[in-house]
Design a protein around this ligand. Structure first.
Ligand code: CDP
Length: 230
């Protein structure tokens, strides 16, 4: 338990693709002794399953049937990092690959998919003491969250950071491919009908284009601690 564990609040972090949401959310959860949930990993796991099962995403019945056979949960490894488990298989590495990134926004735009995942996400947050990152966390999943952060960074910085991250994981891609993928996902995510990505009215905006990880964490923690300590 950390010294901050006295009052538990809900922290929602939303923003465009690859703007550092997961890095910030993970660090905040660690500092506060909170649960961390990467909601994007859940959409990615469903997408991976649909790709493997050749699900026709324009066919509602196929989508519904496929969803019934999908069971996902997070499991911690020895270092305390969350791994996405899809039907008992650890798919943490595979869901980050470009093949999944190129389909995930199309899958995440399907209302039945969102219904299933949002229900699961709300259950995870019932006890508060949670940091969840995604696209609709402050607007749809936890509209009553005490702290909502909308993270932004310039498109070029986001592309460079994600490209570097994929290179570090030995994934075969190019900066151009990453840039195009981020732009496509941002467009689909913010224009879809069901729960489009948008800044909640009561969200605090943090632009991390010129902030390092420690600086963005400090900024966000300052907001959180003000709420927790009052
Ligand atoms: O890490 P990155 O910002 O690239 O994306 P992610 O958080 O892993 O999310 C992958 C995709 O899932 C997004 O591009 C959205 O299409 C979808 N998503 C969503 O629709 N709603 C969420 N709450 C989280 C992710």
């Amino acid at each position: 338990m950390t010294k901050y564990a006295l009052r538990k609040i809900t922290i929602a972090i939303d923003g465009y693709s690859s703007c550092g949401k997961s890095t910030l959310a993970k660090a905040m959860a660690r500092e506060l002794g909170y649960i961390y949930v990467d909601s994007g990993a859940m959409y990615r796991a469903i997408t991976l399953n649909f790709i493997r099962q050749h699900v026709d995403i324009s066919n509602q019945e196929e989508v519904n049937n496929a969803l019934q056979d999908i069971h996902i949960h997070f499991q911690k490894d020895k270092e305390g990092n969350n791994h996405m488990i899809l039907n008992e298989e650890d798919v943490e590495a595979e869901i980050r690959q470009m093949q999944v990134s190129s389909m995930v926004s199309q899958v995440a735009a399907i209302p039945q998919v969102r219904r299933v995942l949002v229900e699961q996400q709300r259950k995870m947050g019932q006890q508060k003491g949670i940091v969840m990152d995604g696209r609709d966390i402050g607007t749809v999943v936890f509209p009553d969250a005490e702290l909502k952060i909308f993270l932004t960074a310039s498109p070029e910085i986001r592309a460079i950071r994600r490209y570097q991250e994929l290179l570090n994981k030995n994934q075969d891609t190019s900066l151009m491919e990453v840039r195009t993928n981020l732009a496509m996902r941002d467009r689909i995510d913010s224009t879809r009908e069901d729960s489009p990505l948008r800044q909640a009215n009561d969200a605090i905006v943090i632009d991390n284009t010129y902030l390092n990880e420690a600086e963005q964490l400090q900024k966000a923690l300052d907001y959180a601690l003000t709420l927790i300590e009052t």
